[in-house]
Each structure stands twice: as structure tokens, then as C-alpha cells.
Design a protein around this ligand. Structure first.
Ligand SMILES: C=CC1=C(C)c2cc3[nH]c(cc4nc(cc5[nH]c(cc1n2)c(C)c5CCC(=O)O)C(CCC(=O)O)=C4C)c(C)c3C=C
Ligand SMILES: [Fe+2]
Length: 416
């Protein structure tokens, strides 16, 4: 039973038109009110996992977990249980047989209940495996000897990194994205609950205001620096780029990961108050684009082609040599592209009255080397001008298996 149907059947919560996606209860003569797109479900099944090229939702709740059991059967049963729950959660249903309120009053409910009455909100749940799932202290785990992708190794140290291991890495990751934060949090909370006795949370991160559009149909959102972010991102409509740069192909190896992707996470703190004292012109020179329209400093509107050779009236490069977009551009990095899918975050204040804010950077790629190549161009005080205002404090790399069909479980190919 769907969360909404349950409430309807119980006679609770006639949801007013315009609220929660416009499910109105009117006269039977009224034309049906279509739920707003942002409230609809995204199919969980498919060749690829949802949540990668899916048009980026507004909210993120990402959790990294470590296995607390060393038993292969526990890992497999966890992935099966997660898959069963994820099918329900992404469809907007309660988990378990009895859900949140229909079970025995004497036991804890199967579903925690905070999403009752909320629509699916385009929830996607994307699962990944960190290098430490495959081996620890040089020893294979879970009978996965020889199954670790060669490319799945911890990212190298980059100049300027100030990484905190407590909020980095993880055996497993779940990226929950939705247009309602409560739906994303409910999903992660219930998946964590299911994992009890087999895996426990290492760290989690909430995000808002997607900083990347992944579809041409989306407007470009802004990051905490106030700039449009995601303009030159790979978009789902660009099929060739998606196949070339996002999905692991049959010749890439290993076979179990074909149609999957590598996820890179970086929590990047911003020195927001320092940035806010930088002049508008200074900010634009650092990024290499205008703050208003997001157009490149070489001229044109937001989606104008960047001209890295263009010079200004003063004879200097229009897009400065150490600007962020020049150093991140494919022409500076051997043609390499990545699919960005990051989110803004504010973790309150730091106790000194400064915002603990930044970008939870997320990228999907066919090979982690794509991210490494670009980050090597950006990192260090002699490179990207932006580095004066940001610091990378967390890192992660995960192999995200292919999608799942109507039967089977996420990651099944790994155990075949
Ligand atoms: C290693 C990859 C990247 C990191 C880390 C990164 C951090 C980061 N970026 C911004 C803001 C912007 N980035 C923009 C473009 C852009 N950034 C990367 C890669 C990383 N960014 C790429 C590949 C690109 C596209 C370059 C191109 O092809 O032109 C932009 C411009 C708008 C856009 O195209 O998206 C902004 C703004 C911040 C604030 C940040 C760390 C906090
Ligand atoms: Fe960037």
C-alpha cells in the first residue's frame, strides 16, 4: 500500500491542492489533478542505477557505512534487504509487511513513519562499494579475492588536502537524492536501521540546492559562492558523452561493473566570509565566468562556448590562466570530462560565528583517473585561484554496480 493510500484509507490527511504536489480531493466531476513532476517516482530498476544521470534532485542525504560483520552471507543478505526496501521507498511505499502503523502495537514499527503522507519526491537510492569492502590490511574480505576493480583504490593525496579520516572512505555508500529532504532522510534512516548488526554508519552528509544540473531541461542552480554551477556539466541528453565518460564499458573490466560507474566524493569547506570580502570582479576572475549570467569571460551567454585563447582589451587572457574553469576545462585536461552531481551544505556555524558551509562535491566517471586528472590541475596554492577560499576535508571513491531488474539485488553481479 502506498504511503498516501494508507492515509486516505484511514481517513486521515486529505491533502490540499498545491500541497505535496497537488493531490486534491475534489468532486468526482473534477479533472484529475496531476501530481507535480517533482513529487513523482523515479523507476528503481534499469540497466544503470538511478541517481547518476537522473536529473539532479534538490536534496541529498549521503551515508557511508562500514561492515561490522565479516561474513559474506551477511553482506549478501544486507544487499538483498536493502534492495527490497529501496524498491518500496523509491515508489513512495512504506517498508516491511506492516509498514509504520499496521503492525503489532507491542513491537517497534517496521517503518519509522516520518514519510507517511509524503509523495515519492523523485527519491533515488544509489549504492556503491569502497576499496575497503574488498580488502583490509592487505587481506581479502567477504570472499571477494580477485574481485576488486584495479581502478578502485583510495585517491592519491592532492596538494592542500586537509582530510579527516572520520568523514572519509567507507565500505559502502548510499546516495539518497529527493526533492523533499524528509523523504531522503527517511530512506537513509530506514536503510541504516536494516543494516543493524551487519554494518554501521561511518559518516553522513546532508546537502541542498543541487550545484549541478544533469539535464538540459534543468535551470542551472547556484553554489554557496553565488555562482551558477553545472553549466558545462555532462547532461543526460548528451548520450555520447555519457557513454564515453560515465558508464564502465565491457572492455574496461571487471565484468561485474559493466554499466556501473565510479563515484568520487569530496567534502569541500568554503572560507565564505573571506570570499564575501572579494570584489565582484575578483570573484569573476577566480571562476572565469560572470556572476550574473554565468557566461564565460571570453564573451557570450551562459551556454556560449568557452574561448580559452580570447584576450581582453588589455591584451591579457580573458579567462585568467589560474581561473577555475580554465584549469578544469577538458582542453586543459586531455579532453577528460566528469559528471558532476554535488550539493551545497551548511553544517551550522563553527563556534567562531563563521558558517560551516561548502560544496559536497560528487562526480561520476567511467574511471577515477578522470577526476584525478582534473583535480591535479586544480590542486595547490600555485594553481586554481579558488584554492584560497576552499579546503578539501573529506574524500571517497566507490564502485557503483549496474542497475537491477525486477528481480535480483543491487551488486548481484559481484557475487556471481
Ligand atoms: C576535480 C573536479 C572539480 C572540483 C573539485 C571542483 C570544485 C569546485 N567547483 C566550483 C565551482 C564551479 N565549477 C565550475 C566548473 C567546473 N568545475 C569542474 C570540476 C571541479 N570543480 C569542471 C570539470 C568544471 C567545468 C569546466 C568546463 O568545462 O568549463 C563552475 C563554472 C560553471 C560550470 O560549468 O559548472 C563553477 C562556478 C566550486 C565552488 C568548487 C569547490 C568548492
Ligand atoms: Fe568546479
Amino acid at each position: 500500500m502506498s504511503r498516501r493510500a494508507l492515509l486516505g484509507a484511514a481517513g486521515i490527511g486529505a491533502v490540499a491542492a498545491g500541497v505535496g504536489g497537488g493531490y486534491a480531493l475534489g468532486s468526482s466531476d473534477d479533472p484529475p489533478v496531476k501530481p507535480a513532476e517533482a513529487a513523482l517516482p523515479v523507476p528503481f530498476t534499469g540497466r544503470h542505477q538511478a541517481g547518476i544521470v537522473t536529473p539532479a534532485q534538490d536534496r541529498l542525504y549521503l551515508v557511508a557505512l562500514d561492515m561490522t560483520s565479516e561474513k559474506r552471507d551477511d553482506l549478501i543478505s544486507l544487499l538483498k534487504d536493502w534492495t527490497r526496501a529501496a524498491r518500496k521507498l523509491t515508489a513512495g511505499n512504506e517498508i516491511g509487511v506492516y509498514g509504520a502503523v499496521a503492525g503489532s502495537p507491542l513491537g517497534p514499527p517496521e517503518d519509522t513513519g516520518e514519510a507517511l503522507g509524503l509523495p515519492p519526491s523523485q527519491l533515488t537510492l544509489t549504492f556503491g562499494f569502497g576499496p575497503s569492502l574488498f580488502e583490509k590490511d592487505g587481506k581479502p574480505r567477504f570472499g571477494l579475492d580477485g574481485r576488486k576493480p584495479e581502478k578502485l583504490t583510495d585517491l592519491p593525496a592532492f596538494s592542500g588536502d586537509q582530510l579527516d579520516p572520520a568523514i572519509s572512505h567507507g565500505d559502502l555508500v548510499v546516495q539518497a537524492c529527493a526533492n523533499d529532504p524528509q523523504v531522503a532522510v527517511h530512506a537513509v534512516r530506514n536503510l541504516v536501521r536494516i543494516a543493524f548488526g551487519r554494518a554501521s554508519v561511518r559518516y553522513s552528509q546532508m546537502g541542498f540546492g543541487r550545484t549541478s544540473s544533469t539535464s538540459q531541461a534543468q535551470v542551472t542552480a547556484r553554489n554557496m559562492l553565488g555562482f551558477k554551477d553545472g553549466t558545462a556539466n555532462i547532461k543526460v541528453e548528451e548520450r555520447r558523452s555519457v557513454d564515453e565518460f560515465v558508464w564502465v564499458g565491457p572492455d574496461d573490466g571487471p565484468d561485474w561493473l559493466v554499466d556501473g560507474s565510479y563515484l568520487v566524493t569530496r567534502k569541500i569547506n568554503m572560507r565564505i566570509e573571506t570570499w564575501d570580502r572579494e570584489s565582484l570582479q575578483g570573484q569573476e576572475q577566480i571562476i572565469g565566468r560572470t556572476k550574473g549570467s554565468g557566461g564565460p569571460l571570453s564573451g557570450g551567454d551562459e551556454f556560449a562556448t568557452i574561448d580559452l585563447k580570447a584576450k581582453g582589451p588589455d591584451g591579457e587572457l580573458a579567462i585568467p590562466e589560474k581561473s577555475h574553469v580554465r584549469l578544469a576545462h577538458p582542453d586543459t585536461n586531455g579532453g577528460v570530462k566528469i559528471l558532476r552531481r554535488g550539493y551545497n551544505f551548511v553544517d551550522g556555524s563553527d563556534g567562531l560565528g563563521q558558517l560551516s558551509a561548502g560544496l559536497f562535491f560528487i562526480a561520476y566517471q567511467r574511471d577515477p583517473e578522470q577526476f584525478i586528472r582534473i583535480q591535479k590541475s586544480l590542486a595547490g596554492s600555485q594553481n586554481d585561484l579558488l584554492n584560497e577560499y576552499i579546503v578539501h576535508v573529506s574524500t571517497g571513491v566507490f564502485a557503483c554496480p549496474p542497475g537491477v531488474g525486477r528481480t535480483g539485488f543491487v551488486g548481484e553481479t559481484l557475487f556471481a
